[in-house]
Each structure stands twice: as C-alpha cells, then as structure tokens.
Write a protein that binds this ligand. Structure first.
Ligand SMILES: *[C@@H]1O[C@H](CO)[C@@H](O)[C@H](O)[C@H]1NC(C)=O
Ligand SMILES: *[C@@H]1O[C@H](CO)[C@@H](O)[C@H](O)[C@H]1NC(C)=O
Ligand SMILES: *[C@@H]1O[C@H](CO)[C@@H](O)[C@H](O)[C@H]1NC(C)=O
Ligand SMILES: *[C@@H]1O[C@H](CO)[C@@H](O)[C@H](O)[C@H]1NC(C)=O
Ligand SMILES: *[C@@H]1O[C@H](CO)[C@@H](O)[C@H](O)[C@H]1NC(C)=O
Ligand SMILES: *[C@@H]1O[C@H](CO)[C@@H](O)[C@H](O)[C@H]1NC(C)=O
Ligand SMILES: *[C@@H]1O[C@H](CO)[C@@H](O)[C@H](O)[C@H]1NC(C)=O
Ligand SMILES: *[C@@H]1O[C@H](CO)[C@@H](O)[C@H](O)[C@H]1NC(C)=O
Length: 359
C-alpha cells in the first residue's frame, strides 16, 4: 500500500500524514507547466543541508549528521518529507538508506509523476529484514503488486544500496548489487499500466500505524505506533541520480499519459546549472584576493570593531543567561559564526600579518 492508496481511502482528516503523495496539476485532465529536468547525472551527499533549489522539504524538518539526513517520527503525525524539484524521464536512482525500525512506521523512497505513475521502495518498520517493492499506474492502486525482498543482515541496522533502474522497456529493483525484481513494459498489461511519465523523487517517513488511520493501513504497518518508544529514525546517506534523458524540461503534449506523448524540451537544465555552480567563496578566499593596501585598512577596522564587539558580547551574554539556552542557540548562531571569523582574522593580524590560507 502506498501513500497514494491511503489518499484514496482517507478523507482530509489526517491530511498531514498523507501529504506525501499529491500532484499539483494532473496532466491527464488539464494542461500543466512542464516539469524541470535533471537532464544529467548527479550524486547528492545527504550529510549536510540540501540545496533548496534542488530539494524541497515539503513537510517537517530534517537533521543532518555524518550518518546522513535523519527523518524522524518523534510524535503524532510527524512525517518529514523531501522532494526533488527536478524530474527524470528514464534513469537510475540509487539510494543508500538505513530504514527506521518500529511497528507502524514506514520509511520510503518513491518516484512519482504528475499523473501519478509511481515506483516505490517501502520499509515497514516491524519487519526489519525486508523491503517492499511496488509500482502504480495513473494513480490506480492495483492490489497485489507489492513484492517482499530480503535485506541481509538487516534493513534497519545498517545502510544498503537500493537502486531503481527505469527505462521505457523495463523497470528493475536492485539491492546491494543483486537484481530483485523486473517488470517489463509488455508484462504491465501490455504497457498500459507501466510507469512511464517523468518522475520526481520523494523521500520520507510516516506513521502508517497511527491509531487514527484506517484498520487496513494499520494492519499493513504491523500494528499501531507506540509513540512512547520513539523517536523512530530513517537515515539517507546519499542519493545518486542519472537522468537518461537530457534537456531542459519534460512536457505532456496530450492527455494520454503515455511515454510517447512526452516531449523533451531542448535546452540547458536549470537544475544542472544549480548543481554545478561554484561553491560560495569563504571569507578567507575573499580576503586572499584583496590587494595588500586594502588588507591593512580592513585589519585596522577589524581591530576597532573587535574591541567594541567584545563589549557588546559581554552585554549579550549576561542578558541571554536569563533567556533560555535553546533560544540563545537559535538566535545567536549566526552572530557567533561571524564573530569567530572576525576574531580569527584579528589574532592572525596581531601575530604579524595575515597569511592567506589558500596559496
Ligand atoms: C480527471 O477527469 C476524469 C474524468 O474526465 C475524472 O474521473 C478524474 O477524477 C479526473 N482526475 C483528476 C486527478 O482530476
Ligand atoms: C555523469 O556525467 C558526467 C558529465 O556528463 C560524466 O562525465 C560522467 O561520466 C557521468 N557519470 C556516470 C556514472 O554516468
Ligand atoms: C559526504 O560529505 C561528508 C562531509 O563532507 C564526507 O565526509 C563524505 O565522505 C561524503 N560522502 C560521499 C559519499 O561523498
Ligand atoms: C516546496 O514545498 C512547498 C510545500 O509543499 C511548496 O509550497 C513549494 O511550492 C515548493 N517549492 C518548490 C520550488 O517546488
Ligand atoms: C549500487 O547498486 C547499483 C546497482 O547494482 C550499482 O550500479 C552501484 O554501483 C551500487 N553503488 C555502490 C556505491 O556500490
Ligand atoms: C511476464 O508475466 C508472465 C505471467 O505473469 C510471467 O510468466 C513471465 O515470467 C513474465 N515475464 C517477464 C519477462 O517478467
Ligand atoms: C499489445 O500492444 C500492441 C501494440 O500496442 C498490440 O499490437 C497488441 O495487440 C497488444 N497485445 C495485447 C495482448 O493486447
Ligand atoms: C547551454 O549551455 C552551453 C554551455 O554551458 C551554452 O554554450 C549554450 O549556449 C546553452 N544553451 C542554451 C539554449 O542556453
């Protein structure tokens, strides 16, 4: 069962839980804006915050650590979700995932198109040794298409490589380099139920076993979530994506939803440009580019500003002790970073002139 099926089953009462599957505009019925293409291949490292021009956090919040992006259900109706702003039209999606354990908790990697074709990986947290593969066509929840695949030694104790390989002819699900399942175009009702329109990528976790969910959903999820035992965490370390088409965007030319009806609009992908943009210059890089006269002037100014900043800081600290620690962290992270950079320059200046870090 996917988000989608749930969406069909449920009214709006728990829409925050099911918000993970939706389409802004369904091209089967109306004319929609074209989908921005990835148009290239890219590996996204999820250990630090994602570029919001490329990945959109559509629900909740994500934490980042050396393990990767952490998707957490800590309380009722938490369901953090990230969605790619780009689409692929045939391609490879390789996700390195440590699924969340726990009855009622579902971790998922979903490819979904605007007309609701869908390709899924779903980890149901009570069953830590398996992952389910599934697919949908035009939003039709055809029962019995889910298959279970063993993950050894455990899907929830370590990271595994879950790869989807998708062309107009076939769809494959791979785990750690082993082919698990193949769906050919012909075998999907002679192509009519084969997922075939441009898809974006949705990563998330959700409490399918929330007591307010329909009975069938809770059963599928292995029972009700025990929120007391949380938080339940899924981690995604990295995602490699290869778009087999190249171009600027993908456009539905009619309302059939067949792959032949999709036009690849030629041009440069804006997402590709965003991915390949040079990293922002650090303060020290900017500094090393300055002529030496400017450095002397700035150094003197920093010395002056530094002295008054220290006074200001002392004042802030006293004041902030009365406010909560959490509030302090939130409000002053930015100031602290700036201050640290500034005093680094100051001490380097005092130790006989600034030496550029990068030569
Ligand atoms: C599209 O239109 C059909 C009928 O023309 C309707 O049955 C269907 O619900 C519509 N789908 C969406 C997503 O609006
Ligand atoms: C990804 O794309 C780049 C640039 O087009 C290319 O150099 C590289 O070989 C590609 N990598 C893979 C794995 O396809
Ligand atoms: C991701 O980034 C972290 C921190 O920069 C680095 O340690 C790690 O090796 C990177 N992972 C990959 C797969 O590149
Ligand atoms: C990102 O997600 C939010 C919430 O769903 C949505 O309002 C916004 O339009 C999205 N942004 C993009 C660029 O898709
Ligand atoms: C992940 O699996 C895919 C499919 O077998 C494979 O092509 C890819 O090289 C694997 N990635 C890593 C990092 O091993
Ligand atoms: C296609 O489906 C038939 C019947 O369901 C099955 O016997 C056959 O192995 C399938 N072929 C492929 C290539 O998956
Ligand atoms: C499958 O589709 C092809 C081409 O669209 C058609 O010629 C063929 O008759 C179809 N086969 C069945 C069993 O419907
Ligand atoms: C696409 O980018 C290339 C190189 O970056 C440039 O030469 C070309 O003019 C661009 N094409 C369009 C349609 O903008």
């Amino acid at each position: 069962m996917t988000f989608l099926l749930l969406l069909g089953l449920l009214a709006t009462s728990i829409s925050s839980v099911t918000a993970q599957t939706w389409t802004n505009c369904n091209p089967l019925n109306v004319t929609c804006a074209p989908d921005p293409a990835l148009g290239t291949n890219a590996t996204f490292n999820f250990t630090s915050s994602l570029d919001d021009k490329v990945w959109n956090i559509t629900n909740g919040a994500i934490d980042y650590s050396s393990q990767g992006a952490q998707f957490s259900v800590a309380k009722r109706l938490d369901s953090p979700t990230v969605q790619s702003n780009f689409y692929i039209f045939g391609g490879i999606v390789e996700s390195h995932v440590k699924a969340a354990p726990g009855r009622g908790i579902v971790s998922s990697v979903v490819l979904q198109s605007d007309d609701l074709d869908e390709i899924d990986w779903e980890w149901v947290g009570y069953d830590t040794n398996h992952v389910q593969s599934n697919y949908y066509s035009k939003g039709v929840a055809t029962y019995g298409l889910a298959e279970f695949h063993e993950v050894s030694p455990s899907a929830t104790d370590g990271f595994h490589n879950y790869t989807t390989y998708w062309t107009h002819e076939k769809l494959e699900w791979w785990i750690d380099g082993q082919l698990q399942r193949t769906l050919t175009y012909d075998n999907a009702s002679n192509g009519t139920t084969f997922p075939q329109t441009p898809m974006n990528i949705r990563l998330g976790i959700w409490p399918a076993g929330d007591p307010k969910n329909p009975k069938g959903t809770i059963e599928w999820a292995g029972g009700e979530v025990n929120y007391e035992d949380g938080p339940y965490n899924m981690y995604i370390q990295q995602v490699r994506v290869h778009d087999f088409s190249s171009g600027k965007e993908y456009k539905y030319t009619d309302h059939t939803g067949t792959w032949e009806s999709i036009e690849t609009v030629q041009g440069n992908s804006t997402i590709e440009k965003e991915i390949n943009k040079p990293p922002a210059e650090s303060v020290s890089q900017k500094w090393s580019k300055l002529p030496s006269g400017a450095k002397i002037g700035i150094g003197c100014a920093i010395a002056g500003v530094g002295a008054s900043a220290l006074g200001l800081l002392a004042f802030c600290c006293i004041k902030q002790r009365r406010a909560g620690r959490a509030e302090y962290n939130m409000e002053n992270n930015k100031f602290d970073t700036d201050r640290t950079e500034m005093s680094n320059f100051q001490s380097q200046w005092k130790q006989g002139g600034y030496q550029p870090v990068h030569n």
